[in-house]
Design a protein around this ligand. Structure first.
Ligand code: AHR
Length: 658
């Protein structure tokens, strides 16, 4: 009886599928219709969610230079009562000297050998890995007394040392001390404990700790697991430094690239605009040290084979905040910043700004091709300024392509106004943003099918499906959102003649320190993972091809009929035809794909599948690859690929076919 029931169940489950007629698709392999731009799939970097300090910039000490508004933020003195120092072990006081950018340091008065301790709490703690080496540096000056040694320990949550070193102090002026710490245990939320031998007064500044293992082993460089996740995307460009951070909440707090290059000690700390932006996720300890500055952005772009795409402010503070404006006749310093940036990237090592680049270790140019003017600006205020920027930049550097903004929304009054203006200006590339519900992405896969081919090219510069609402702290990087994005991306790819650049936003988020969700990559102090959205992005960017092909159902492009979305490219480098298929419908869908016009076709195809039964599925630190690609092989039937697409899935099929 049991056997009989099982048999009935299985046959019922499979009957409808076996009888389902496959949807027939045609890929016109011999009729490429456009080039795919090498920049098609890129990344958007903004220092939000502790993406830079506390994230990809591998510095482990928070407020290393005592420049935060609250100067001892990040530092603890567990044995000290500020009001009765005489009976206690010592005291730290932040002192300001001179007018240079990094003009604060901490003065430590140590009383006797009473065990004065200064602790740095790191960014949501300090991530330490057993067996790894950590490079400690600090500037110190003995002012008076008999302090001869500084002991530095990494301590775990039980206050036990898990690695330590000590520095022998010289008398006299400031000296820089360096030492390595070998960690003997792993701890996600360690702290840095500093103690002193002897008593007296000593000044400290630039107290810094980096893992030795950084991206490409660069001293004081970037966190290798995070850059690796970016490199794995094989991005065509890196957009930096944002995002709203470009504009600042006030003009005074705008991003100024010149203050982010040169010797790190001279980089001017700035409040991070996401510091208190959201009441539901306040981050009062969020500042920008600019250890990751413009030079490092250019270098990272070069390292991962991506075009650098800097976005500059245009004399407007964020219009969601103060919207402060620089008068049109006072824009010169802003315009000069743009011209100087091009010289910094592309000028000879003898030019004023090329010399700065060369002095930082890169005499060769960075071959900058694009520059973005303004982030999410809108209204006549923006276009009045944009026009001046375009004229100024083009008159000196006609070869630089200018990226203009269409504002924060993909439709509506501001968008329409922008559209008309951008056409009037003969804009080259326009940055559109879409933070919308998953359904919007499904419904808008045909967005660019009707775009004016004689006008500007599109930079889909910030997109992410919002599972709850834009800006909601409850948004999740779940499969429902990732799948909707995949459907939308087939539409972007199908329109690759007009869409030249695309990037998901934001890129990074610290699991304990975020302000904005969803985000492409999440991390804690030790580990990181790509979201389902990351694997969707990767499926497209790792299979970008060089030529656009048509995928047709009958005579129509495949853009949502019965929940099916598709796009296809040919790759001149590998001779492969690549087909991306999204089944956003509820049931499994068999498809039969004819490779029309192909003279040589391989016998097998490789398939990469992303899917989940549950639209709410997410990846996490503990289950980082819950949704990740499953690879398999498929036998072709002559010119046909027959494949059954699981419900809620993205399938990438690759076959040698010319
Ligand atoms: O990606 C987060 C923010 O969203 C960006 O800073 C801004 O450009 C957009 O509004």
């Amino acid at each position: 009886m049991k056997t009989f029931l099982t048999f009935v169940f299985i046959s019922l489950a499979f009957t409808p599928l076996q009888s389902q007629t496959p949807t027939e698709l045609i890929v016109r392999v011999n009729e490429p219709i456009a080039d795919i731009q090498p920049t098609m799939w890129g990344i958007f970097f903004e220092d939000i969610n502790f993406a830079a300090d506390g994230g990809i910039y591998a510095e482990l000490v928070k407020n290393r230079s005592f420049e935060f508004d609250e100067p001892l933020m990040g530092w603890l003195q567990p044995n000290t009562d500020r009001h009765s120092m005489n009976e206690k072990s010592g005291m730290a006081t932040v002192i300001k000297e001179g007018d240079s950018p990094n003009n604060h340091f901490v003065r430590i008065e140590v009383k006797n050998d009473a065990g004065y301790e200064l602790i740095n709490e790191g960014f949501c703690g300090i991530g330490i890995k057993s067996g790894a080496q950590y490079m400690l540096t600090m500037n110190a000056r003995v002012v008076s007394g008999s302090i001869t040694k500084i002991k530095v320990q990494l301590i775990n949550t039980d206050s036990k040392s898990i690695g330590e070193t000590s520095l022998t102090l010289k008398r006299g002026d400031w000296f820089t001390y360096e030492s390595a710490i070998q960690a003997v245990n792993t701890e996600k939320t360690a702290q840095l404990l500093i103690t002193f031998e002897g008593s007296g007064v000593v000044d400290l500044d630039m107290v810094s700790l980096f893992p030795k293992d950084t991206w490409k082993g660069r001293p004081k460089g970037l966190r290798s697991d995070l850059v690796q996740l970016l490199a794995d995307l094989k991005p065509g460009f890196v957009r930096f430094p944002g995002g709203c951070i470009v504009e600042g909440r006030t003009l005074d707090q705008r991003y100024q690239w010149k203050k982010t290059v040169g010797d790190i000690i001279n980089r001017d700390l700035l409040i991070n605009r996401w510091n208190t932006e959201f009441k539901h996720r306040p981050a009062p300890d969020y500042f920008q040290s600019f250890g990751l500055g413009f030079y490092e952005y250019f270098l990272m772009s070069e390292d991962i084979g991506a075009e650098p795409l800097p976005i500059l402010g245009c004399g407007m503070a964020c219009q969601f905040n103060t919207g402060e404006l620089v008068p049109l006749d006072a824009l010169d310093p802003y315009l000069q910043d743009a011209l100087d940036l091009i010289e910094f990237a592309n000028g000879s090592a003898d030019s004023k700004w090329g010399k700065v680049r060369a002095s930082m270790g890169h005499p060769e140019t960075f071959n900058l091709k694009y520059i973005g003017i303004g982030n999410e600006q809108w209204g006549s205020e923006y276009f009045d300024r944009l026009k001046i920027f375009i004229d100024t930049i083009k008159s000196k550097y006609p070869e630089i392509t200018i990226v203009s903004s269409a504002g924060p929304f993909p439709d509506g009054e501001h968008f329409e106004y922008a559209n008309n203006k951008l056409k009037e200006f003969h804009a080259e590339i326009v940055d559109e943003h879409y933070y919308r519900a998953p359904q919007w992405f499904l419904d808008n896969a045909d967005r660019y099918d009707s775009y004016d081919r004689s006008s500007y090219k599109i930079f889909a510069g910030e997109y992410a499906a919002q599972s709850v609402a834009t800006g909601s702290p409850d948004n999740k990087n779940n499969w429902e959102c990732a799948l909707a994005e995949a459907a939308f991306l087939t539409g972007l790819e199908r329109n690759a003649d007009v869409v030249h650049l695309t990037s998901y936003a934001p890129l990074f988020a610290h699991v304990d320190g975020w302000q904005w969700t969803p985000d492409l990559i999440w991390f804690d102090n030790l580990k990181s993972f790509g979201t389902p959205n990351y694997y969707v992005q990767k499926a497209f960017s790792n299979n970008k091809g060089t030529k656009l092909l048509q995928v047709l159902s009958g005579a129509e492009p495949v853009m949502g009929q019965n929940g099916l979305y598709a796009s296809s490219v040919f790759d001149d480098n590998t001779g492969e035809t690549i087909i991306k298929l999204v089944n956003a419908g509820k049931g499994e869908m068999p498809v039969k794909i004819q490779l029309s016009g192909a003279k040589r076709i391989g016998k097998t195809a490789t398939m990469s599948l992303l899917t989940s039964d549950d639209p709410k599925t997410v990846n996490s630190i503990d289950e980082p690859r819950k949704i990740s690609p499953q690879e398999s092989q498929l036998q072709l039937k002559g010119k046909y690929i027959e494949v059954s697409l699981p419900s809620s899935s993205l399938t990438v099929v690759k076959v040698l076919a010319k």
